[in-house]
Write a protein that binds this ligand. Structure first.
Ligand code: KG4
Ligand code: ZN
Length: 414
């Protein structure tokens, strides 16, 4: 979902008594000893209230999530005060569920890790405020988490991926390419200058009224486009990939969205149908937009790999590209990226879909990574604030653009 930035509002913290009652609700089992470090992760940066308990070896002991998607679909986007209210209504239950399924009592936790940046101010506030109360009562260390860093490091919970590796985050709210050099060492190579690809696909799907399509009515916009594209001809429309002349690793999707918008309006006139009815050429449009999106993402990623190799930032023959985010579940886009990784002797890795999208596991895992590295563990939370806007790592996208690397043409035969 699109991340909006609004000034933080005033929100009510759970009372000490509520937190006390909450903690008392757990059965303490004095005989049980956990040998590994255990972290409770809490995520409320956007429209998912999520929590998980993960141990040092990457075992997920318990997890719970409450998605607000259905509510926000009705309003056509996230309304921050509504998201805030839903987080407030669900956070205690979700944390409780994650803890009780993990059979870990709060006193056995090594630390509590919570997303504090970036995200919706009102949403971040709920998770932070709840976590600080817990930390205060339990006298546990607190680990503030950067949401994008957590996405980027999730792969290490499942695969033995050594630093450095390249990460591409593509979802409804994220679009960036970064080099991950360590637990808190990131180089930002490029990002979207406007909207994220998932947001663009959602807008195109909405404009095509795919929610009324019998095969797509329950799918997200991006998934509906992928589904319909299989029935269409991608060459029926010739949409030019964005930013072809800019030899950097930045992305752009609004131009493409406007071009498609115009085509749809034109086709509606030609077919004599009203806005809101489904065009006969909807599948061709879906196929073409998916293809153009895949080519754009593949080209920027290809340039990022070449840049990193040229600067010796990535291994010449053993480099890893991790792709995550909701859009990473698109198999057509994955195939385009596979063409790039095959051509550059890289390995392509994607976390499974439930770990690609927002979840509590990635936050808890980031807590474990930080505990192991001894980075950013707070024993005093005084002055801790959430930050709605916060870039990922050191931004070297200008340097990437100045290198102006020409990307060899690859046949995108998908
Ligand atoms: O990571 P995510 O669940 O949420 C945030 O963006 O925070 O990603 C959701 C986005 C939506 O824009 C959705 O349309 C897109 O991912 N998406 C897809 C597919 N499945 C979900 N886009 C393309 N192809 C898919 N199969
Ligand atoms: Zn996310």
């Amino acid at each position: 979902m699109l991340i909006l930035n609004k000034a933080a509002g005033v929100f009510s913290k759970p009372s000490r008594r509520e937190i006390y009652e909450f903690l008392r609700s757990f059965n303490f089992r004095p005989g049980k000893v956990f040998l590994h470090k255990l972290v409770l992760g809490i995520e409320t940066s956007c429209d998912d209230t999520a929590a998980a308990v993960v141990d040092e070896t990457g075992n997920v002991l318990g997890e719970a999530i409450h998605s607000q998607t259905e509510v926000h679909l009705k309003t056509g986007g996230i309304v921050p005060p509504v998201a805030q209210q839903l987080h407030r209504e669900n956070i205690q239950r979700i944390v409780q569920e994650a803890l009780s399924t993990s059979k870990v009592s709060p006193s056995e936790l090594s630390a509590i890790a919570t997303t504090v940046k970036p995200g919706l101010a009102l949403s971040l506030g709920v998770g932070l405020s709840f976590s600080l109360q817990l930390v205060d009562q339990l006298k546990k260390p607190f680990i503030p988490i950067h949401h994008m860093e957590a996405h980027a490091l999730t792969i290490r919970l499942l695969n033995k991926v050594e630093f450095p590796f390249l990460v591409l985050l593509i979802s409804g709210g994220h679009c960036l390419l970064a080099l991950v050099r360590g637990v808190s060492d990131f180089l930002l190579l490029g990002k979207s200058l406007d909207i994220a690809p998932g947001d663009m696909l959602d807008k195109v799907a909405r404009r095509l009224s795919l929610i009324k399509h019998p095969e797509c009515s329950t799918m997200s916009g991006g998934k509906a486009i992928e589904h319909l594209a299989k029935q269409g001809n991608k060459l029926h429309f010739d949409f030019k990939p964005p930013m072809q002349r800019a030899k950097n690793c930045d992305f752009s999707f609004t131009g493409l969205q406007h071009v498609i918008d115009k085509i749809i309006t034109q086709k509606e006139k030609e077919e004599g149908i009203q806005k809101g009815q489904i065009l006969s050429s909807a599948a061709h449009i879906a196929a073409a937009v998916q293809h153009t999106t895949a080519c754009h993402i593949a080209k920027r990623t290809h340039r990022a790999i070449l840049f990193c190799k040229q600067r010796d930032l990535l291994s010449q023959s053993n480099a890893v590209l991790v792709v995550s985010g909701g859009v990473a579940s698109n198999l057509y886009i994955r195939k385009a990226l596979e063409i790039v990784t095959n051509a550059t002797q890289c390995t392509l890795l994607c976390p499974p879909p439930r770990l690609c999208t927002d979840n509590g596991i990635m936050i808890a895992w980031n807590g474990i990574e930080r505990l192991r590295a001894g980075l950013g563990i707070l024993h005093n939370t005084e002055g801790i604030r959430y930050e709605p806007k916060c870039p990922l790592g050191v931004d070297i996208s200008k340097e990437v653009g100045e290198a102006a690397i020409k990307v060899p043409r690859l046949k995108m035969k998908i």
